[in-house]
Ligand binder design. Sequence first.
Ligand code: KIV
Length: 311
Amino acid sequence: MIIKFHKIFQNKKVLLLMSLQKITAKKLIEKKQKGEKIVTITSYDYPFAKLVDQSGIDLILVGDSLSMVILGYKNTLSVTMDEMIHHTKAVTRGVSNALVVGDMPFLSYKVDIIEAVKNAGRFIQEGGAEAVKVEGGTEICPTIKAIIDADIQVMGHIGLTPQAIYKFGGFMVQGKTVEPAKRLILDARNLQNTGVFSIVLESIPWQIAKLVTAAIDIPTIGIGAGPHCDGQILVIHDMLGIYKEFKPKFMKYFGNVGESIMNALNDYKSEVENGSYPAPEHCYDFPQEGVDEIKEWCDRIDIEDEAKKLL
Ligand code: KIV
């Protein structure tokens, strides 16, 4: 796909053409080997996914964060498999280049291995995703192996795994002392050896993320894990300033889209109320002689009787 964009070069607006290539898990691993940063983000619907894809971002995660930022639940535990598939379908309709990963929701993969493989398969077969993500360390390796044995690519997720917030006692930074930090390194190595193509590191000290990143050959994708990860991920509604109910330390607002939407809605409301919208340029026109004929017809007939004749 060719995308067009403008850049200012020596004070002139220059049109640039960029060709985007289909991203695969293999390409992400090659990026780590070449020292190129991997850029990833979440999306939950067609229009956002299309914009993200056109921006050249490498990977789109249909995150279970949609439970909070789209469905309005207080954490990620409430979203169901059917809801995840519904949103994954919408995302994949808008994507040609980025690698799309479906996030397996709470209880869809930790109860029963066969169920886990079937649910992972739904993301691929029904949702059109190319991989799935699961939360957990060494304890989840047998499930990951079964999913990979069914030819489904898997992304790992360690550190603060939001599906375990009640176990952690809240959205707490993980790996803050020596033994839990060592465990993160060992978990990452076991996930790699089981075959995951990449691992999300969430809310861990940057020095530990750096050690984890150095300990494995597959890319680490950080969120609240500092600059030494091979790539970064953010929740799109957070970084655009749409969802502002919770602002973790790592969050940077790259836009204020929530405020832009509010301004547009206020303008729309006042223009409708004061009659300045719709203006003549927003209206469809009809020849005046036809309007006169219809007016004359309305005056002549009984509209009620005429309408009943159609029933
Ligand atoms: O659900 C999600 O959006 C995620 C990312 C924060 C990694 O898991």
